[in-house]
Design a protein around this ligand. Structure first.
Ligand code: FES
Length: 96
């Protein structure tokens, strides 16, 4: 299972190392704005030519429903993420 997952991630990469931001898209987080956060990040990535560097991944419930929208980036879990905060999380991820 672990090897298959690594193979899948590797096949999605081209010549640069792509980084991932995970956004909960389950019911509570969606109600609290996760779809807006996801759309804003995707638009930011597209308008800044970052498609090879960053990928937004929708997830199922992370079990922190009262604190959504929940975002995971670089091993960190962020709660109640606004669009502005999500862009900062993405910029920070790409600086690493
Ligand atoms: S709905 Fe997002 S953590 Fe549960």
């Amino acid at each position: 299972m672990g090897l298959k997952r690594l193979t899948l991630v590797n096949s999605m990469q081209s010549d640069t190392l792509q980084k991932f931001i995970f956004i909960c898209s389950a019911k509570s987080c969606s109600k609290n704005g996760s779809e807006e956060v996801k759309s804003a990040l995707k638009a930011y990535i597209k308008s800044n030519g970052l498609k090879k560097e960053a990928l937004i991944v929708k997830t199922k419930c992370m079990d922190f429903c009262k604190s959504g929208p929940n975002v995971v980036s670089n091993g960190q879990l962020y709660h109640k993420v606004s669009v502005k905060e999500a862009k900062e999380i993405l910029r920070e991820l790409l600086r690493d």
